[in-house]
Design a protein around this ligand. Structure first.
Ligand SMILES: [Zn+2]
Length: 413
């Protein structure tokens, strides 16, 4: 796996030292070595908030780093993912390899260990794959027995997971320079009720804007929304910083966000979820959420905002669009159309061109062509059958099939 990151130039030396240490261990065990590539250093300008939450522009001396972590195999087995039990809905998946995982892993029984066969409560299991293709689920304490003679394998796994997580703690994001703060953090809450974390997130975003963990990492030393929520829920406030209070309006939006995350868009029975969507749906379905998973949960607010933005955009387009459905489903139509847009797709049965056309009244027609590839600007005349009347992003579209066109003007063939 390759990991790309921008870091302060001042941090390069310590990173290099860490990697040297890991590679020493790797050499001793005969594992492949981690590789690091570093660009020339450069200055960049970053906008960030200071502790009083005023925006200011600062200069950072940084370099880009690419870390390549080899896919080490142990007696022919390699690690695909770590799987963590969250609740009765399922597990969250952290991919440790570039290979795709089968969906059953998402709900695999955590009591299962294909190595020892012992049924017991487990918080975490690993999915491993043999060169022959065989997949196994192995309990975390069995990992080192599983790959005999590789007692350092747990260390290796810890490294992999640490790197996958982003080289530093996801939530909180505190450097442990301040011992007093570190003590306070170790006494901090481990988690809270899911709706409350979301409500706090809504209120935090209203005040400070949305900042994902990955964006915060990219900007260096910028606090993520999850970080703000963690601090405020645990009472670690900056000097002169007003505590974030959840008002009724925050609760109302929080409720809508949770309904969205627990609804059809995140239902694995309704559509194929990506790993990200799956993890989010599992975490959101829980009554409580740990701070480790809070960043994931809070990204659901941003997802909700994007969805609402898209809905508003669709409504605006529907309002503006003069397109109406034409004809009747399954009936032939005489057509006189102009091609507005064309895009090629590679399908199971070869290439298809999605062709979007309009008639004189502004009605929109869509045709998935496999033979006649028209170009934008072409004017065609002919016949086609109405396959269905559909709607895309607020626009009514008449979907055509079995078209027979003659090009009157244009460049298509
Ligand atoms: Zn076991």
């Amino acid at each position: 796996m390759k990991y790309e990151r921008t870091i302060y130039l001042a941090h390069l030396e310590s990173l290099q030292r860490e990697i040297d240490k890991l590679n020493k261990r790797a050499k001793r065990n005969g594992w492949d070595l981690l590789e690091i590539e570093v660009t020339e250093s450069y200055w960049r300008e970053v906008k960030r908030r200071d502790h009083f939450h005023n925006w200011k522009t600062i200069q950072q001396l940084v370099c880009d780093v690419v870390l390549t972590v080899p896919e080490t195999t142990f007696d022919g087995w390699k690690f695909l993912a770590s799987v963590e039990a969250i609740n009765e809905v399922g597990n969250t998946i952290r991919s440790l390899s570039e290979e795709d995982l089968p969906d059953w892993v998402r709900t695999v029984e955590m009591s299962r260990c294909d190595h020892c066969g012992a049924h017991r409560e487990r918080k975490k299991v690993y999915v491993v794959k043999h060169e022959s293709g065989e997949l196994k689920v192995v309990g975390s304490s069995c990992v080192k027995d599983f790959v005999f003679g590789h007692h350092n394998v747990q260390v290796y796994l810890a490294i992999l997971e640490h790197i996958a997580e982003g080289w530093r703690a996801e939530v909180g994001g505190y450097e442990d320079g301040d011992p007093e703060m570190a003590g306070a953090h170790s006494r901090a809450m481990n988690g809270a009720e899911t709706p409350h974390i979301i409500n706090m997130g809504v209120a935090a975003i209203e005040r400070y804007g949305w900042m994902s963990n990955s964006k915060a990492r990219e900007l260096l030393d910028v606090e993520s929304t999850a970080g703000v929520v963690y601090r405020h829920m645990n009472g670690f406030l900056h000097k002169n910083e007003e505590p974030i209070k959840v008002e009724d309006a925050h609760k109302e939006k929080g409720k809508a966000v949770l309904e969205y995350l627990r609804g059809d868009d995140f239902d694995p029975d309704k559509k194929r979820l990506s790993d990200y969507e799956w993890n989010l749906s599992v975490i959101a379905s829980g009554e409580v959420c740990t701070f480790n998973n809070a960043a994931f949960l809070l990204s659901g607010i941003a997802a909700y905002d994007r969805m609402m933005g898209q809905k508003a955009e669709d409504a605006r387009r529907a309002e503006q669009s003069s397109s109406d459905w034409v004809g009747e489903e399954k009936k032939r139509l005489d057509l006189n159309l102009k091609v507005e847009f064309a895009r090629d797709f590679e399908g199971t049965y070869g290439p298809r061109r999605m062709t979007k056309m309009v008639d004189d009244s502004g009605n929109v027609f869509v045709w998935w062509a496999t033979s006649m590839f028209l170009e934008p600007g072409d004017v065609v005349e002919g016949r086609g059958t109405v396959k269905e009347h559909s709607e895309f992003r607020g626009e009514k579209q008449t979907v055509l099939t079995r078209c027979n066109f003659e090009i009157l003007e244009g460049v298509g063939v």
